[in-house]
Design a binder for this molecule. Sequence first.
Ligand code: NAD
Length: 490
Amino acid sequence: MSILKNYIDGRWSESVSKDSIPVYNPATQEVLAHVPSGPDTTKDVDRAAKAAQKAYKEWSKVPVMKRVQVLYHLKTLLEDNREALAEIITKEAGKTRAESLGEIQRAIENVEVACGTPMLMAGDIIEDIATGIDEMMIRQPLGVSACITPFNFPGMIVFWFLPYAIATGNAFIVKPSEKVPMTMMKIFELLDQLDLPAGLVSLVHGGKESVDALLEHPIVKGISFVGSTPVARYIYSKGTANGKRVQAQGGAKNPVVVLPDADIEMSSKIIADSVYGCAGQRCLAASTIITVGDDKGVIKDALYETVKTRTTGYGLEDVDMGPVITAESKNRIEGLIQKGVDEGATPLLDGRNTKISGYEKGNFLTPTILENVALDKELIKTEIFGPVMSLVHMKNIEEALQFVNNGSYGNMACLFTTSGANARKFRNEADAGNIGINIGVAAPMAQFPFSGWKDSFFGDLHGQGKHAIEFFTQTKVVIERWPNIWSRKF
Ligand code: NAD
């Protein structure tokens, strides 16, 4: 099986590296491709950066109205290829076809928002800031930027950055997760059809070595990262130490509070979708469900009834949930469930040791619900990133908010209630960057920043919308005085 190519300087080319690792279909264990890896991938990064620098010089001079024309073209290409892209995502990442189509839709929406760059990157001007002096702020592109992405959204996350980067006049290098590199191959086939200078967008494969090469390369001025918290922290500290602008979105452990006045039927369906959608491998997956008040049995029973009907299997078939990404991941999740049980939790549903008929080698777990999870133990603090719900109980909203705010992550916190006053209190007091009120996956639309806090984010400006425009531009302030030639006597 051939090794995946890079896309550098406007052409597909083989990696300098002769090392590679296999890419698996997590439902079948079929090897789909081999992806370049190892120390020599740093040479690919160097080639991409040099080509990008050349392309940036040309592209940054193209008027913004012309630059966004390629995004209109990209939008139609994505729309025409959404089924093909969804199939690749399902094959390499395991999620269901509906989930894969959903992520392509969000990618398209980011392209649409970035089409507004001629307005979004407009500057400011004050005439006569002092007599006869005008002052203006203009936005200019950063230069060459790169993004490093995780396995769980192979088609969407790049679009939190790429359309904004190129619309604002930058060149852009993509380093996808080595676990799911094939979606990006297809996306670069589409990018190849756009009227862009050679080198403006590049695809380089690899793992840690290629990431380090991007963090060290003097041409690369901006780094956008999405992945786990330890790696996000590393990327932020190394990238900024090397003088780069860095936005690094990390992991999560998302609490969901259910008040006694919540609409139980609606809440249980939405919460189950949040916990088990994408097999729990979403940075906005609900993980700990906090029931409040005396009626905890009502929501527990409703959740149990909803969850037990969910089907698991190959994402290309008619199922609610696919496998997790790797066998190691499955083992890790099963180990965490066991740890929870050892620490006193009771499994209401236990999804371990699952075999799906016809897909016996797949990395499948069915939904797990753990009750009475100990609040001071590891399971309640660790990002599980699998289809596991932990149920805990608290006396009132104050206690629940204290629990939410004690967590080290701050990606998302949700509340289920029919009380406006409780919703307002929660929205105001919860320490998380994305808040859902009767929403289970509070994923910001493309117009809004993907706003993680605390250990879920390192940096200042998030992905998407106006934050992305600001990230990919640097402000320049110009103060002008012109001699008043008309008042002179000649
Ligand atoms: P990961 O951190 O293992 O990998 C992400 C990227 O970093 C990959 O491209 C990988 O090649 C690279 N990488 C891995 N280890 C590295 C190292 N030691 N040095 C340099 N680069 C390294 O993450 P993952 O397992 O692919 O993705 C899952 C994680 O991503 C979860 O923690 C999830 O919460 C998080 N995530 C966060 C968001 C968000 O917006 N906050 C969105 C999606 C996923």
